[in-house]
Design a protein around this ligand. Structure first.
Ligand code: ADP
Ligand code: MG
Length: 373
């Protein structure tokens, strides 16, 4: 790999010290102090407008602080050239911002190219990253963004953010625009990527389920102030005040999961998720991209056969779906959701199919729910 200016090979600690930011009369971030430990995934959680994005962007200096200090490994971010600082910090946002006229490869290797990497180095790195985000490289290297689904574009955004091998990744609601099933798919994939990469990650979300699923610790913000930062279980057991208690309490109702059936909690099966077993993979790919989904249920004469995922179809385009579907567990709509979630967790499935005579819904597992049983 060509030499490039690396500010940090590893994050030991990020210290946010008494940081504030005002926009006129609006106090976006109000005297926030917070330490991030190297290697953790810290969630910034809170309602829209509470200052999450502003706080995140002060770390890579897309926003400058009015007051206070941010130190990475003991060094003030203001001591770095901001452009070089941003090259050293991966950044993923919801709107992705891929360049429409560039191919996937060109989009991912933009910074490496500026840094003078050779063609061979760039090819190798892009291939590695595409595999990491579950996209077969041969199929995707030369595509343009408009030929990709929203979920695939989001994966490219993640690959691009990791291209310089930065030990710090800032992610601002990266899965926020995706539908619930795709969101779960990407969360699951992201958990695996995270485990492999061992980066320090600061991840913004307003979704408590996502926060509890992905975060090592969760920092809860309200009206620009940090209310509490703690591990998930501490937040549940020792909420700092009523505001936190309310946030986590909305989930406590699931303690009585035994009284809920699967039908109460499933997502009803929409038509767009249904595919027929004699359809080809190629036609399924086209439909999925059009519908912005990456998951489907395969039927044969109204009978459930199995499920398909978009990224697995590319290698088998000529085949019929009956030859390539895979199995996920099925549950009866009247079964207890507690038992189903427990079963899914044990078997490491995040998705289940809900059956009456035909499939009628999709059940998404949730770590939080199963922990609260
Ligand atoms: P969040 O990401 O939690 O939704 P933001 O950090 O985007 O919140 O915004 C916090 C507050 O600061 C909001 O009231 C928002 O309207 C305001 N704000 C953010 N950016 C700007 C800006 N560039 N100019 C004016 N006000 C802003
Ligand atoms: Mg925001």
């Amino acid at each position: 790999m060509a030499p490039s200016k690396k500010f940090f090979n590893k994050i030991d600690k990020i210290e946010i010290k008494n940081v504030s930011k005002n926009y006129g009369a609006v106090i976006a971030v109000n005297q926030v102090s917070l330490d991030i430990i190297g290697g953790e995934l810290l969630i910034l959680l809170g309602p829209s407008g509470c200052g999450k994005t502003t706080l995140l962007r002060m770390i890579n200096r897309l926003v400058e602080t009015d007051d206070g200090q941010i130190l990475i490994n003991g060094q003030d971010v203001k001591s770095f050239n901001p452009v070089l600082l941003r090259k050293n910090i991966g950044y993923v946002i919801q709107q992705i911002g891929l360049f429409p006229h560039m191919t996937v490869k060109e989009n991912i290797s933009l910074v490496p190219k500026l840094e003078g990497w050779t063609e061979k180095e760039m090819n190798q790195r892009v291939k590695e990253l595409l595999e990491l985000v579950s996209l077969p490289p041969e199929q995707f290297l030369n595509r343009k963004p408009k030929e990709l689904s929203g979920g695939q574009q989001q994966r490219i955004g993640l690959a691009r953010a990791m291209v310089m091998d930065s030990p710090l990744l800032l992610m601002d609601e990266p899965f926020g625009a995706l539908d619930p099933i795709l969101r779960k798919q990407l969360q699951e994939e992201f958990i695996k990527v995270k485990e492999r990469l061992q980066r320090t990650i600061i991840f913004v979300t307003h979704d408590i389920e996502e926060a509890f699923r992905l975060g090592d610790r969760v920092a809860i913000l309200r009206e620009g102030q940090l209310i509490q930062v703690a591990r998930k279980n501490e937040l549940l057991v020792n909420p700092a005040n009523d505001f936190i208690a309310d946030i986590v309490d909305s989930n406590k109702k699931f303690r009585h999961l035994d009284n809920l059936t699967i039908k109460d909690t499933m997502l009803p099966l929409e038509k767009k998720y249904i595919f027929q077993s004699d359809e080809t993979a190629q036609s399924a790919i086209q439909r999925m991209i059009k519908e912005q989904i990456e998951f489907g249920i395969v039927l044969e004469n109204h009978n459930y056969k199995g499920t398909i995922k978009l990224n697995q179809l590319y290698a088998n385009q000529e085949k019929k779906l009956k030859e390539i579907y895979s199995q996920v567990p099925t549950y009866n709509s009247t079964d207890s959701v507690a038992i189903a979630l427990d079963d899914m967790k044990k078997n490491n499935n995040f998705i289940g199919i809900v059956m009456e005579d035909e499939p009628i819904g999709i059940l998404l597992s949730d770590e939080l729910l199963s922990r609260l049983i």
